[in-house]
Write a protein of this length. Structure first.
Lengths: 316, 266
């Protein structure tokens, strides 16, 4: 462990009247020597700091991701179920041309986009109210109110919507007198539940972004004659855009890979995650599963690449 | 910008409405945990405490809680150490590849859980030949928990600056003394907040967990998922759900207190 002060090396100032100084010279111990060495060698400090985390992320994560790519080009022996490391494009071709995969990809993409849109539309007013309208006391209560469901288990929330949307559930009970009925389990239920699940993840970055917008800017805009709407559009929105995009990364990416919510409330519908899951488990075809998994990877990286320049990644 | 009274009220009402929608499903689960119906019927035909008693006697549920706690604690400790190291490196040094590293840290949560899950599953099983166990889950969880610690610690480091550490060095403290007496105390509440988040993230994770857990490893989310569709177990799942939400209020309260005291200091 090291300190991180970029202090000039050779710290103790050589005082001319050292004999009168009440401060004793530090004893030379191994720890002291190591400390002096580290404070004069910033690159060594950096290497020591970065070593362990980079080893972990590099070996565990990056290598695993790269090997996932590689596995997509292997194949499974249909007799033994063992993976044979023969290079083939079969899996990729299957995934790109199979009508099942095309349908499911489009469906998943549609669900993810809709969920993201719904979340942003819901998050903007609530984040704005929290950051700019509410009193400090109210603000704290609201932050807790938004955070609490975030800490509630993912499964609990999906299960809660299963209860709400069930044929005998509270929604049916509420809307039946007005001639409505619950959408039941299916794609609409999946979209509702996913929007619900990721809403706090979208609210929080937008709220944090709005908090960072200084009130003085809003006052300046008002003083210059800017009315509410132009101020929001020309002052607030450009400043908060990176935070909004940061929020969309969460909802988009989390929806794209989800397969459990769709199992719980989605009826018989499948998303990309379900196809991956079946091929890892029941079908025991990891190479095909890897090839399917490449679809969301490509989409997410495309999205990250698009938004890279907005500075959204610093807002995560 | 001066918001009119009307737009303030409208915003307030919209906020209130959204919060109602956020809490109704949780409320339904609470009521269902006392319902005599096992099929999520609303309104409940009658009320009973049977499920609460059964849930606390359920050996499977208790074991699952214990497994989840163990995994979350170890994963949190690992992510605290790694997250602190990497945030010190990225905040206090500028070097080639720094942006790449900060992207690398957020990647495990920016990519869908299923990608992380299948990549690690493939890595452990086909490449390394390691059987899935509780440790493979810990490794997976620690990987995506690093980012929460990193976010909290680097924000604190950015705000704190290096003045105090420089003063400490000028007064003759070595690197280790400075870390122990200056840097660490300043980071303590950020570490607590980051650690709490990491713990919660790990405790709740289901997707990566299903791909990396050995056959004997049942975390609480796995237990919930396995029992959710069984008619006789569903009310017990409701009970566990309610307990989880109530218990989760404690870390939120602590985290709020921490950030609150900070705002006053500012």
């Amino acid at each position: 462990m090291t300190t991180h002060a970029p202090a000039p090396p050779g710290a103790p100032v050589p005082a001319p009247d050292r004999t009168h100084s009440p401060v004793p010279r530090p004893r030379r111990t191994a720890a002291r020597a190591a400390s002096v060495f580290l404070s004069t060698h910033p690159r060594t400090r950096l290497a020591l700091l970065l070593g362990a985390p980079l080893f972990w992320l590099g070996v565990v994560y990056i290598v695993a991701l790269v090997l996932l790519l590689v596995t997509a080009f292997w194949t499974v022996d249909s007799f033994t179920g063992e993976i044979s490391q023969e290079w083939t494009l079969d899996n990729i071709i299957t995934v790109l041309t199979g009508s099942l995969y095309q349908t499911v990809t489009l469906r998943t993409l549609g669900v993810a986009l809709l969920v993201t849109l719904i979340d942003v539309v819901l998050a903007l007013p609530i984040a704005f109210f929290m950051a700019k309208v509410a009193t400090p006391r109210m603000q704290r209560i609201l932050v807790i109110a938004v955070l609490t469901p975030l800490w509630a288990s993912y499964l609990v929330k999906a299960y809660a919507w299963r209860s709400v949307l069930s044929q005998d559930g509270i929604l049916e009970w509420l809307v039946a007198p007005f001639g409505g009925s619950t959408p039941g389990y299916g794609l609409p239920a999946t979209i509702i539940t996913l929007s619900y699940l990721w809403l706090p993840y979208v609210i929080l970055p937008i709220y944090a972004g709005l908090e960072r917008v200084p009130d003085s800017l809003l006052e300046a805009s008002a003083d210059l004659g800017g009315r509410t709407w132009p101020t929001i559009r020309l002052v607030v929105f450009p400043l908060v855009l990176p935070a909004i995009i940061a929020g969309t990364i969460f909802s988009f990416s989390l929806s794209l890979g989800d397969y459990i919510t769709v199992n719980i409330v989605g009826g018989a519908n499948q998303m990309l995650g379900n196809l991956v899951y079946t091929n890892v488990g029941a079908a025991n075809n990891l190479p095909l599963a890897s090839a399917i998994a490449l679809i969301p990877i490509v989409i997410i990286f495309g999205y990250l690449f698009l938004v890279r320049r907005t500075g959204a990644l610093d807002n995560l | 910008m001066r918001l009119s009274r009307l737009s303030r009220t409208t915003l307030g009402i919209v906020t209130g409405l959204i919060l109602v929608i956020v809490y109704v499903p949780l409320f339904v689960v609470l009521v269902n945990s006392f319902s005599t119906s096992t099929s999520l019927t609303w309104p409940p035909p009658g009320f009973t405490l049977e499920w609460w008693g059964r849930a606390f006697q359920s050996a499977g549920a208790m074991e699952a809680v214990w497994t989840s706690v163990q995994i979350a604690v170890i994963a949190t400790i690992i992510s605290l150490v790694l997250g602190t190291l990497i945030s010190l490196a990225l905040q206090r040094f500028s070097f080639f590849g720094r942006d790449a590293i900060s992207l690398l840290i957020i990647l495990p949560i920016a990519l869908p859980g299923i990608i992380t899950g299948i990549a690690l599953n493939n890595f452990f099983r086909t490449i390394m030949g390691v059987p899935l166990s509780i440790w493979t889950v810990v490794i997976a969880h620690a990987t995506f928990c690093i980012v929460t610690v990193f976010n909290n610690v680097i924000a604190r480091l950015r705000r704190q600056g290096t003045n105090l550490e420089e003063a400490s060095a000028d007064l003759g403290a070595g690197v280790w003394t400075t870390f122990r007496l200056i840097t660490f105390p300043q980071l303590r509440s950020a570490l607590l907040a980051g650690g709490l988040l990491a713990f919660a993230l790990s405790f709740d994770e289901i997707i990566v967990t299903t791909f990396t857990a050995g056959s004997g490893v049942t975390t609480l989310p796995i237990f919930i998922l396995n029992n959710m569709f069984r008619p006789n177990q569903a009310p017990i799942v409701s009970v566990i759900a309610v307990v989880l939400v109530v218990v989760s209020i404690i870390p939120i309260y602590i985290a709020q207190r921490l950030s609150g005291s900070e705002q006053q200091r500012r």
